[in-house]
Design a protein around this ligand. Structure first.
Ligand code: HEM
Length: 474
């Protein structure tokens, strides 16, 4: 890599760059930000911020003993996202426990099969059919909010309950209470994993001796498996007993139908079903929760945009509940949502692996090089977005994403890009529009003086101390 002009921080025995990265991140986030600034890049990815200046746009760091090419040039990023030669890495680390062998890890035909089901279950008519369930979940949340009128409410916690309720209700039709244990476990697993994300577990040592965290994660993994298996068995029983005439039209029902499909190319195993359920919880819950939270913060900070968004909601739905047709017509809300995802992308980077030697731009990468693609870097790039890149200006998206990015698809990648682009992006946007519309119909929001601006990265970008707003009934 050096002979090709690629520089980077020196390799350190066993740990590579991970200890330095961890220390830099601990340092940059040890205190809240002095003002409510949206300039997250130096805080959330201080390593890339510093090393990009020292070593150039694309540089080599080390994920333990694995070479990691950090690509910040959007042209090269696009190439990595779009080309088949780059796959999700084989070594997903402890994250594997969260998503198992489901769609996130799948490749080739197995991925195509699972992706077809995800596309079918989370888009088009299926998605339209889920809007009433989303409305019900938001109604329940707003019922709780009545007790907080003219007072403060902490929305990060509120949206935890809402996002988990919506995914349970729409994808699994089980109530939040039934699924509660799964969320508790996944939440605990996520905090263990984000703590140990940068601890390098050398594979041989890791195989011989499991750490206390590993053992704990194994136990939790097993418990989730049991709960989801029970959920599946219950449905099968109901069909057998004639209490239901199908497995259901929700996502779990789709998976179960595929499980019983005699055509091998469509068939999904029980393991795959369980892993898909876990994946949906993981992929669809923390991300959307953060997206909603940051958008509420931005609307509370920018009253003029809150007013514009409310005007649109009242024009489209009046005081009625949002309906799928009108949701598709929301222009201001789409601009606000895009600007929120640009400044606070819940997923701040993705990793790829070159499976064999491959040419990237002018570079030749050896097999098994990892590539780091950061959405934060491109979203805050002043050459793409202008000197005001760190400011909240939804007007940038007035004429759509292509115009805003000057036809550079890799300039705005909150959901990734290419074939592995988020399978739930329409679901996430619909959920946010339903929830925000219903909130704005009922309340004016202002930021509470108790709010402390401290964005941190724990698998997703989160507000460390929550987001407190005051609810003013309309
Ligand atoms: C604002 C909310 C969300 C954000 C920011 C987000 C972000 C992402 C990103 C960046 C990826 C690509 C990762 C990569 O390229 O390696 C991804 C993949 C995925 N997301 Fe989302 N996501 C969101 C919501 C959802 C929801 C609600 C669901 C499901 C209900 C979902 C399901 C998935 C799945 C299944 C994949 C894997 C797709 C594949 O490998 O083919 N996501 N998401």
């Amino acid at each position: 890599m050096r002979s090709q002009g690629i520089k980077g921080p020196p390799y350190k025995f066993l740990y590579g760059s991970t200890k330095d990265i961890m220390n830099m991140k601990m340092d940059s986030t040890k205190n809240p930000m002095l003002e409510v600034s949206h300039n997250l890049f130096p805080r959330i990815q201080p390593d890339i911020y510093a090393w990009k200046k020292l070593y150039g746009n694309n540089f080599l760091a080390w994920y333990g003993p694995i070479p990691l090419l950090v690509v910040t040039d959007s042209k090269l990023m696009k190439e990595v996202f779009m080309e088949k030669a780059y796959a999700r890495p084989k070594y997903l680390g402890p994250t594997k426990k969260l998503v198992g062998d489901g769609i996130i890890a799948a490749k080739g035909e197995r991925w195509a099969k699972l992706r077809k089901l995800a596309n079918q279950g989370l888009n088009g008519e299926s998605l339209k059919g889920m809007i009433p369930a989303m409305v019900t979940s938001v109604e329940e949340m707003l019922e709780r909010w009545r007790a907080h009128e003219n007072n403060e409410i902490e929305v990060f916690e509120e949206f935890r309950v809402l996002a988990s309720d919506i995914i349970s209700r729409t994808a699994f039709r089980s109530s939040y209470l039934e699924a509660k244990r799964v969320f508790e476990i996944l939440g605990n697993m996520t905090s263990i994993i984000s703590k140990s994300q940068l601890k390098i577990n050398l594979s041989i040592i890791g195989k011989l001796f499991k750490s206390r965290d590993d053992l704990e994660l194994d136990k939790m993994e097993k418990e989730i498996k049991n709960i989801v298996s029970r959920l599946i068995k219950n449905r099968e029983e109901k069909v057998k007993k004639g209490e239901a005439n199908g497995f259901g039209s929700d996502y779990l029902g789709l998976l179960m139908e595929a499980h019983h499909d005699s055509d091998k190319t469509n068939n999904v195993t029980e393991e795959e079903m369980i892993d898909e359920c876990k994946t949906l919880y993981i992929a669809g819950y923390e991300t959307t929760r953060n997206f909603l939270t940051w958008t509420v913060l931005l609307l509370a900070l920018h009253q003029e945009w809150q007013e514009k968004a409310r005007k649109e909601v009242l024009e489209l739905f009046g005081k009625n509940n949002p309906d799928p047709q009108a949701i598709g017509k929301m222009k201001t809300m789409t601009m606000v949502a895009n600007e929120s995802l640009r400044l606070y992308p819940p997923v701040d980077f993705v990793i790829r692996e070159a499976e064999s030697e491959v040419r990237l731009g002018d570079l030749v990468l050896p097999a098994n090089t990892y590539l780091h693609l950061s959405s934060l870097v491109v979203h805050q790039n002043t050459q793409i977005w202008g000197e005001d890149a760190h400011l909240f200006k939804p007007d940038r998206f007035a004429e759509g994403v292509s115009k805003a990015t000057n036809n550079n698809p890799a300039a705005f990648v909150p959901f990734g890009l290419g074939t592995r682009i988020c399978a739930g992006l329409n679901f996430a946007l619909a959920e946010a529009k339903v929830a925000l519309s219903m909130i704005l119909q009922r309340y004016a929001l202002t930021l509470s003086p108790t709010y402390i601006h401290s964005p941190i990265s724990r698998v997703t970008i989160q507000p460390q101390h929550g987001v407190q707003v005051i609810l003013h009934p309309l």
